[in-house]
Design a binder for this molecule. Structure first.
Ligand code: AMP
Length: 279
């Protein structure tokens, strides 16, 4: 294997000295969605760094931190095949040597909505680790997937608000042929649940094709798909203005993003799609 695994901040900084870097932050358990980010990163910079770090700061007390899939050996094979030069895989102690960091980035109002409402503190933890990774790697570009739309919005906001010298690149959601958005958590699903999980992408398609009939029709179309699947328990379904990430008013017209979070069995999944609200 020619990929170099670096576990310490000092070694990574030394290895990257003088290079132009594109960074792909991940929590590992890599799939083709992550690899789409890696491939785009290779177009943007000569040196690609993929970080693999399951960040305790962004998991709530009752979430799947301990259970989150850790598949480093498999991940390295995939990243090596994709031509990645450096993998940064620090320990929790390396990232938080004095315990959970006292200084945090706070996500603000949008950080308390949707994923933030279901997962209090999640976005502060996510932004804090992303800020640390940007400080460690100092990449010219950093890549995120549209699959995590609220994360993308908040990272873009942080980079603008804190004048971080990097370009945030967003990569479209990679899906299975049947529409299911790839996710590290899909591996928790059994066959029945996997079929039921298709309701999320099907609901988004229904929402998309109802856009011309206005917001109520969009919500009704998505809801009827989600309600039709009894293994799916909806957490939230909302339509937001892409510029503010706040729910749209009834008279809003133009581009909007439909957000869905749902539990399928014990597994919590999210998905989203851009629509055009007319009518
Ligand atoms: P994670 O390891 O789940 O934290 O994800 C790392 C990065 O991969 C994030 O920027 C995600 O948005 C992105 N990602 C995850 N799933 C997909 C997907 N299906 N398509 C595109 N990007 C994805």
């Amino acid at each position: 294997m020619s990929v170099t695994v670096v576990e310490t901040i000092a070694e990574l900084r030394a290895a990257l000295e003088g290079r132009t870097v594109a960074l792909v932050p991940t929590m590992g358990a890599l799939h083709d969605g992550h690899l789409a980010l890696v491939n785009r990163a290779a177009e943007l910079a000569d040196t690609v760094v993929v970080s693999i770090f399951v960040n305790p700061l962004q998991f709530g007390p009752n979430e799947d931190l301990d259970k989150y899939p850790r598949t480093l050996a498999d991940d390295l094979v995939k990243l090596d095949a994709a031509g990645v030069e450096f993998v940064f895989a620090p320990s929790v102690d390396e990232m938080y040597p004095t315990g959970p960091s006292q200084t945090r980035v706070t996500a603000g109002q949008v950080g308390t909505l949707f994923e933030g409402r279901s997962r209090p503190g999640h976005f502060d933890g996510m932004l804090t680790v992303v800020a640390k990774l940007l400080g460690i790697v100092r990449p010219a570009s950093v890549l995120f997937g549209q699959k995590d739309a609220q994360q993308v919005f908040l990272v873009q906001r942080m980079v603008a608000d804190l004048d971080v010298a990097t370009s945030v690149e967003v990569v479209p959601t990679v899906r299975e042929q049947n529409g299911l958005a790839l996710s590290s958590r899909n591996r928790y699903l059994d066959e029945r649940e996997k079929r039921a999980a298709l309701a999320l992408s099907t609901a988004l398609e229904a929402a998309q094709s109802s856009g011309d009939r206005g917001i109520d029709a969009v919500l009704a179309a998505a809801q009827s798909v989600l309600m039709g699947e009894n293994l799916v328990r909806l957490d939230y379904l909302s339509v937001v203005n892409p510029a503010t990430f706040l729910p749209v008013d009834d008279d809003y017209r133009g581009r909007a993003r439909v957000l869905i979070a749902a539990r399928v069995g014990e597994t919590r999944l999210i998905d989203n799609e851009l629509i055009h609200l007319g009518g």
